[in-house]
Design a binder for this molecule. Structure first.
Ligand code: SF4
Length: 332
């Protein structure tokens, strides 16, 4: 009897999401603070919403780290930051041929979106030129969607990327406004919001997400979901901190797998029609429960992340096949 009642409660949230009504703060908190025994019921309700908008399709994305290390910013989670002592590769912007080779690899992995990511506060004009030239050629020769993630953009830089054919621009909020100063002091939460708005103004699709596990409260997680709902981000990567030795957050610990699932369900309820991507840190934090994440999320990164290894792409393809889901090619 009790489980019937709780099932009805989660299905009520699913119906609310499907009707276009946003969850209240209390409802959002109830997802994160639910008993672990209810996780399957919550995921079932999240799947009702996911299935309505995306069926059983899974979109794959591949990242290339186009410029690594050497970053003057102090983001506490990042191994490429000036304050990190983690041993990461350091190189300047990759040349066009290497960026094109990455695009071909994305196609081989059945990734519909190729994400060109560069470390730094924002690109120099020379770096931007290199990306623009590569994007133009990829767009002419391959059926890939392009997402760029190059940091804070100037107005003319956003315009040039859009004109070159960049479909989407990623700039994560990362954490809540209240928690932001404890994670990064060299730029602000508001600057990140401004960049997302600039991207939208130039006609690129906004991608913006979070990193869970950086000392934020449950209330702040719900507030992040509300902030991304208000920003109307089309794509929302949900990263779970993979604490890297040598970074200020090296001792932060992992997010429990069942909590990670509740977070994904929360974002599905709050941003029901958006691409919810289970992103960095999924292997470490979701562990053996990774397949369940796709009952809420409809998108994955395949291959390696910026400075950490992902699992073998064949394992991801196998998860999708085992679930009876299918890879969606050419989706944005
Ligand atoms: S997250 Fe980006 S801006 Fe922050 S330190 Fe890392 S590379 Fe630099």
């Amino acid at each position: 009897m009790e489980s019937t009642m709780t099932n009805t409660k989660w299905q009520f949230l699913a119906e609310k999401a499907l009707s276009g009504e946003r969850l209240t703060l209390e409802e959002g908190l109830s997802v994160l603070e639910a008993d672990n025994d209810e996780v399957l019921l919550i995921m079932n309700a999240a799947f009702t919403v996911r299935k309505h908008f995306y069926g059983k399709k899974v979109k794959l994305n591949m990242i290339i780290n186009a410029k690594s290390g050497l970053c003057p910013e102090d983001c506490g989670y990042c191994s490429q930051s000036i304050v990190s002592t983690a041993p990461v590769s350091k190189y300047t912007m990759l040349d066009k041929e290497t960026l094109l080779a990455g695009a071909r690899e994305a196609m081989a992995r059945k990734a519909g979106t190729y994400c060109i990511v560069a470390a730094g506060k924002g690109p120099t004009d020379k770096e931007l030129n290199q990306v623009v030239n590569a994007v133009k050629e990829i767009r002419e020769t391959m059926p890939l969607k392009i997402c760029a993630c190059l940091g804070i953009l100037k107005e003319d830089q956003a315009k040039r990327l859009a004109e070159a054919g960049v479909h989407r621009y990623n700039h994560n909020l990362n954490t809540s406004k209240a928690n932001y100063p404890s994670i990064t002091t060299t730029h602000t939460y508001d600057q990140r919001i401004e960049t997302v708005e600039k991207v939208k103004a130039h006609g690129m699709s906004p991608c913006s997400g979070v990193i869970i596990g950086m000392g934020e409260t449950h209330r702040e997680i719900v507030e992040m979901a509300f902030a991304l709902h208000n920003l109307n981000a089309d794509s929302i990567p949900i990263n779970f901190l993979n604490a890297i030795p040598g970074t200020p957050l090296e001792h932060a610990g992992r997010t429990p797998s069942l909590k990670a699932l509740k977070v994904l369900a929360l974002f599905r309820f709050v941003c029901p029609s958006k691409e919810i991507r289970v992103a960095g840190g999924r292997e470490v934090n979701l562990s053996t429960l990774q397949p369940l994440s796709l009952y809420a999320a409809n998108s994955l990164f395949v291959g390696d992340y910026l400075t950490t290894a992902g699992q073998d792409v064949s394992a991801d393809h196998q998860i999708i096949e085992d679930l009876g889901f299918e890879i969606e090619l050419n989706a944005l």
